[in-house]
Design a protein around this ligand. Structure first.
Ligand SMILES: *Cc1c(COP(=O)(O)O)cnc(C)c1O
Length: 453
């Protein structure tokens, strides 16, 4: 099918050279977005009946378009949740593509799914969920949350058939990620945000909220979502006391650790997650703090059978496979997607190559960088630490600044190609938020960024 022509050879060399250069460059140019019209003016029409040729198309990408993107692995990219995929994981992402493995069924993907499951076994061990718990890789935290919540909703209906026509209701905290509300919309479920006395959600808050529900709402309640590291502030809900209420009330307990999940491997903070082993389902994003390339999320279930009941798609065309080797773990049975990329393979290769100790160290470094930054903020008379660093997030203010000053500062650093650091808000006030993921970020980087304030 692939005829060898010179254009293909040139393009292959270009792509390989670019890829190797990019993988080995730890301070890639910080690009910035441009208007679509501007990009069009620079690039022109690229899809034509005859094709513009691989070399031309690739040079447009390399010389123009990639410069209108922000490399999230830059050591001075501290906005949102940055990412820092290992070189091993990125290289194996290429291998995953080149190998063309369909990741839905064991029948087609056995060897690749074996790799994913090895990595998953380590993730599950970090949660300390009981024997029998297992999970599957998804496109990200949003898909993982949806997969878990659909499983919860199906189980609730199974247990209360008279609720079949009722809209389901879930409870979560004000710090929960936007994807919870958004996925509840997909499911046509309602969300109630529980107010907390403290900065985190506790069993006491939850119990108060449940006691205040009408009988009808109490019966619609199918899940509680706690957060294992809020995206904005790194705050972990009081998982043990929430678990206790969920057990007493017989409600599905989901813990969203999309951002914070990597910290389960960090001995210095692992105790903050105590109670997670009582969850019914957990979301972790390896593309955030487990050094995987985009995109890779994970959903883990205490009882895998319930996930299969909710998600398994049966195809008549699959029934003919009697071969014993074809029978095994089918990732499509446990989450919302059928055809799927083997997203866990890059994580597997990188874990296998480096060992889990290296992962622990790299995650601890993110936590340490946040502590270091918080200390520097405390010692700077112009700055004010808003709350102690949590996981790898630091929130602070520049004394005397108005919201526009924060915005101008963000743009200035970004336009100069120096750093991407953005404001957020905390208790109604504009603050600066640093989120550390990249273990290659240095103290000098922090000093230089603080010096721009
Ligand atoms: C990032 C994040 C999500 C969404 O994950 P995606 O991978 O972006 O879909 C969900 N929950 C939390 C807590 C997050 O930090």
């Amino acid at each position: 099918m692939h005829t060898i022509d010179m254009d293909l050879v040139e393009m292959t060399l270009d792509v390989m050279k670019y890829t190797i250069d990019r993988i080995s460059n730890i301070t890639p140019e910080l690009g910035s977005p441009k208007k679509e019209e501007e990009l069009y003016k620079m690039v022109g029409e690229t899809i034509t009946p005859e094709g513009i040729g691989g070399e031309t198309a690739f040079s447009l990408f390399r010389d123009v378009l990639v410069k209108a993107t922000v490399p999230i692995d830059h050591p001075r990219h501290l906005a949102f949740v940055p990412a820092a995929p290992t070189r091993a994981a990125i290289m194996f992402d290429l291998v995953t593509s080149a190998s063309s493995i369909h990741g839905a069924y064991w029948m087609e993907g056995a060897g690749g799914i074996f790799c994913e499951n090895q990595a998953m076994k380590w993730l599950v061990s970090l949660t300390q969920l009981p024997e029998g718990a297992f999970g599957v890789f998804t496109s990200g935290g949003t898909a993982a949350n949806l997969s878990a919540l659909v499983t919860a909703r199906e189980e609730w209906r199974e247990q209360q058939p008279d609720q079949a026509r009722e809209r389901a209701l879930l409870l979560t905290s004000t710090g929960a990620h936007s994807s919870i509300k958004s996925m509840a919309k997909v499911m046509d479920a309602d969300v109630l945000l529980v107010d907390s006395e403290e900065e985190y959600l506790s069993g006491t808050d939850l119990e108060k909220e449940i006691t205040g529900l009408s009988e009808k709402d109490r019966r619609r309640l199918f899940a509680v979502v706690a957060t294992g590291g809020t995206t904005n502030a790194g705050i972990i809900d009081d998982l043990n006391s929430i678990a206790a209420i969920c057990e007493k009330e017989n409600i599905w307990f989901h813990v969203d650790c999309a951002y914070g999940g990597g910290a389960l491997a960090a001995d210095s903070v692992r105790h903050l997650f105590n109670g997670i082993e009582r969850a019914d389902s957990i979301t972790i994003d390896p593309h955030k703090w487990l050094f995987s390339p985009y995109d890779c999320g994970a959903v883990i279930y205490k009882n895998l059978d319930l996930a299969r009941k909710a998600h398994s798609q049966k195809g008549a065309y699959l029934d003919i496979f009697k071969d014993e080797g074809a029978q095994g773990f089918n990732p499509s049975d446990y989450q919302i997607q059928l055809t799927r990329r083997l997203r866990g393979m890059p994580l597997w290769f990188s874990l296998a190559m480096h060992g889990t100790n290296k992962y622990k160290e790299a995650i601890e470094r993110g936590i340490e960088l946040a502590q270091i930054a918080a200390e520097k903020v405390k010692n700077n008379p112009e700055l004010e630490l808003v709350r102690p660093a949590s996981l790898s997030v630091v929130l602070f203010k520049r004394k005397g600044w108005k919201p526009e000053d924060y915005r101008d500062w963000t743009y200035k650093n970004h336009n100069e190609g120096f750093a991407l650091v953005t404001p957020s808000s905390w208790k109604g006030e504009t603050v600066i938020r640093f989120c550390f993921i990249n273990p290659d970020t240095t103290e000098k980087d922090i000093d230089e960024i603080l010096a721009t304030l």
